[in-house]
Design a protein around this ligand. Structure first.
Ligand code: 6GU
Length: 254
């Protein structure tokens, strides 16, 4: 996967490449990350990249010419790549989208700054717009880093043999089960007995049920359109029954 980031702040992107899985993925050549400075495509003496908005109003707008030139340059180099503009107005990024992007041969990530980019860039030069959440950042660079990180770890091989992305929260549609390591007793809190049992079937069942309970408690919205197995349904029916019993014992009716 070739990531090409078009930005005014290449040094921000460099921070992502200095450690962890992304650094290793570059070393093993699963991915490459190149930053292109949009300012290098400004034509005037002052290398101007922004200007005042037509119609008035506060803030500056990124001029279309340098951005267009930068995108064309990147596309010429990587004709197969999918071009994304990072903007709070874009489609919300999630795990499903990360998976789709991971199947692309390359991504060109265009980072906006100031109040936004001239609208005409959007109409002709990008394939899609992406947002990483309903809040406003000062620029697209952090969003581009989020996309690079989430997509990289889905590329086969990047996580190393010891771990797979298949059990991730969101990949299964459920939150992940809780994890424990040594010591067995930590400040009075014990590791659940079943995890010490060596009974793999029981551990698998416990983890699945823990995932269901966590999702139910923390992110019930995820369960609304999730296909649950018959085991899950049976488990949830039992939970429902237990809850009813408990509630019955604490009835406020009388
Ligand atoms: Cl992609 N850009 C900016 N500037 N703000 C954001 C965002 C992107 N996603 C959420 N907020």
């Amino acid at each position: 996967m070739i990531f090409t980031v078009l930005t005014l702040f290449s040094e921000m992107i460099s921070a992502l490449l200095t450690g962890g899985i992304v650094k290793r993925a570059i070393e093993y050549q699963y991915i490459s990350v190149e930053s292109i400075n949009i300012r290098d495509f400004a034509k005037d003496r002052h290398r101007t990249v922004d200007d005042r908005p037509y119609g008035g109003g506060c803030g500056m707008v990124m001029k279309p010419e340098p951005v267009a030139e930068a995108i064309r340059h990147a596309r010429k180099k990587h004709p197969e790549a999918y071009t994304l503009l990072l903007t709070p107005q874009g489609q919300l990024f999630n795990q499903g989208l990360a998976q789709k992007l991971a199947d692309q041969p390359g991504l060109i990530l265009v980072c906006g700054r100031y109040e936004g980019i001239d609208e005409r860039i959007l109409e002709h030069l990008v394939d899609d717009e992406l947002s990483i959440g309903d809040y406003v950042l000062t620029g697209g660079e952090l969003a581009a880093m989020v996309v690079i990180d989430a997509v990289t770890r889905l590329i086969p091989g990047t996580l190393g043999g010891e771990y797979s992305a298949e059990e991730d929260s969101f990949s299964t549609g459920l939150l992940e089960y809780p994890h424990y390591t040594r010591p067995r007793s930590f400040e009075g809190a014990e590791v659940p007995e079943v995890l010490l049992s060596g009974n793999h079937a029981a551990i698998k069942e416990w983890r699945r049920q823990a995932s269901v309970v966590r999702t139910l408690l923390k992110r019930p919205d995820l369960l609304m359109d999730k296909h649950l197995s018959s085991d899950d349904i049976r488990f949830m029916t039992k939970l429902q029954k237990d809850l009813k019993t408990i509630m019955g014992n604490h009835s406020t009716a009388s």
